[in-house]
Design a protein around this ligand. Structure first.
Ligand code: ZN
Length: 264
């Protein structure tokens, strides 16, 4: 048997955009227009400052998109003591949650900086995944969601990569295309056409799950936590999400809390 994404979709696409500058407004508009989903990593300490999004608009602007942490003040965490590191995450979560009424569980590392200690601190502060800036140029799922390396930055050839994603061979299971960047780069480099073209061409594929970083992390974590009998003919889903899979050419779903025969 093989696991699949929700509704038996074979692939997933997600975006991750940092810093929360006002150009997020145009980027979100593009994502919404084409039915795409992503995660917007904000620094609570800069929300409301000139060139940055306003606290009062977060809920409406990012409706249907995920909001996540990026550190209160976008500090270099490797230059901070552990109390300061904790504050960068804990207070960021608390502030963003207060502004939005949402529960915030994602993060991206400011400047891509992190350490083993900082990962432990972030986890203790309730962070479930955090994105780095190291491109893998692959569609592989991360081994460790606290060191989630993206496929590529949007300036590294996303249109060419999309062609590969579309014609990916069937033996590559559960591919994930993960694009990251900053919306201000489209404005500064006059490349809005790039992301608009990508969004248009990537949209509307019935085999692709368009999901936020958090949704992907939650689903893949649930899938990895499935328990199976030694004979692999029974499975138990201890998570709160339905798990989709295929076996002998048929589609099945294992409901939350359900124990079932794999092929029945
Ligand atoms: Zn940043």
């Amino acid at each position: 048997m093989e696991f699949l994404y929700p509704d038996w979709k074979k692939k997933a696409l997600t975006f991750s955009y940092d810093d929360g500058q006002i150009y997020d407004r145009r980027l979100v508009e593009i994502f919404n227009k084409y039915g795409l989903k992503g995660t917007f990593h904000l620094n609570s300490g800069t929300v409301g400052k000139p060139e940055f999004v306003e606290p009062g608009e977060l809920c409406s602007l990012y409706e249907g998109q995920e909001i996540a942490c990026h550190g209160v003040e976008h500090r270099h965490v490797l230059q901070l003591c552990s109390s300061q590191q904790l504050r960068e995450v804990w207070e960021d979560r608390a502030a963003l949650e207060k502004m939005t009424g949402r529960m915030i569980r994602g993060m991206s590392y400011a400047f891509g900086e992190y350490s083993e200690d900082f990962i432990r601190t972030a986890e203790a502060a309730g962070i479930r995944y955090s994105r780095t800036v190291r491109s893998t140029h692959s569609f592989a799922l991360p081994a460790d969601f606290m060191q989630w390396h993206p496929t590529m930055h949007h300036n590294e050839g996303i249109l060419e990569k999309l062609e590969k994603f579309r014609s990916i061979p069937g033996y590559e299971k559960m591919p994930l295309f993960y694009v990251w960047g900053h919306s201000f780069e489209f404005e500064r480099e006059n490349t809005w056409e790039l992301i608009e073209t990508f969004a248009r061409e990537a949209s509307g594929d019935p085999d692709t799950w368009y999901a936020s970083n958090g949704e992907i992390c939650e689903y893949v974590t649930a899938l990895r936590n499935v328990e199976m009998s030694a004979g692999l003919d029974r499975m138990y889903n201890p998570s709160a999400l339905p798990i989709y899979y295929t076996a002998s050419g048929k589609n099945y779903v294992c409901r939350p809390g359900e124990e079932r025969r794999t092929e029945e």
